[in-house]
Design a protein around this ligand. Sequence first.
Ligand code: CO
Length: 466
Amino acid sequence: MRKVQFTETVMRDANQSLMATRLPYADFEEILPTMDKAGYYSVECWGGATFDSCLRYLGEDPWERLRNIRKNMPNTRLQMLLRGQNLLGYKHYHDDVVEKFVELSIKNGIDIIRIFDALNDFRNLETALMATKKYATPRTIASGCISYTQSPVHTVDKYVEMCDTLVKMGFDTLCLKDMAGTMSPYEAEHLIKGIKDKVGDVPVILHTHCTTGMAYMTLTKAIESGVDVIDTATSCFSNGTSQAATETMFYALQQYGIETDLDENIINKVNDFFKPVKQKYVDSGMINPKSMATDSQALVYKVPGGMLSNMIANLKDMNAMDKFDAALLEIPAVRKDLGYPPLVTPLSQMVGNQAVTNVLVGERYKNISNEVKNYFKGEYGVAPAPVDKALEEKILGVGGKPIDCRIEDSKRTGEDFAKAKEALGDLCESEEDIMSYICFPAQAEKFLKDRKAKAEKIVKYTIEEA
Ligand code: CO
């Protein structure tokens, strides 16, 4: 019997998409032993914005959160999302930092590392992949992930070729990541069939969002076309900018006669548990009703919803909403000049801001942002298609070429660990603390200072009571 498995995203992507990743560990600890029996392929519970959010907003040690989830879910594969050489931030970290981060992630409980790069420049995945293989346990899975986007150069053939490359690099599974939720059922069918024809037995995973309302149709077509794993969220944390609902897809698959490994009773219990949790954040305003609704604008304008709302906010700030239509028209032009980068962070902001600037100044590229300049210098990686030659010449000079290696290779200075350890002094208790500090220095330092203060208070009370 054919089988399709589920990755439950409530702890990471649903949490990140619906409530800006502000779900504290204490809110879901109690349900973890139950979730451990649900029969998921995996739970996505770490990485993405969870690390930063733990330190910055929740006063939690992200490593401790991971160890606690591991302890309460010994049987389920724990999954994280990793932005290749950027780890969980936006800058390119040194190879030894990337390697150590992966080593510690596995050591603290991660089984599946889903690795992607915003530009699909696979050189930026190599170090994380190598480290995953080096520190792998028998449960470890390295998942190669593609940032899905639509453009004249992003054809089915191109995606199939990318998947082939990822398999040859040594990835165990493949994931298509449609962060804007713009993949149509038709596209899913052609992509999944094309990829399956090429890579055979390698499991293929589809990650999409309900933002534009297409996810259920797209997932259905993907299932009919041979996808192996789908990402879903327990139903009260599904839809809107989040994933499709776990239970809904489960019921649909049952009628297809497709096996899922899910326990119906347990997945319903999981949803019952999360219902009041969600209601608490709807009541407090942390969950914005807008994020729970369907917004088809991304399909109309061919830009992700988040990018559009960013642009509107910028134009309003500058009292220039009358330039909205012109700015919208400018986006495809800028994107073409940049060689059709996927419109994900940080590229969506880069393209959006430059389009707005071009329109406000009234002349294309009279003002060029530093981000766009660095992009042309090759600091983000290789553009998916050739960039505009005249613009390249304007930025790099006549005959100027982008760097032909990773930014990490051209700017290596080293000594991150020694410097971080020294800076932290007696705040540092572990390698994990050092890593938190390297990734998010200000947030980690504040968290570690608070932790020390709390510990000293506890010691003081204990002495007084004794
Ligand atoms: Co996502």
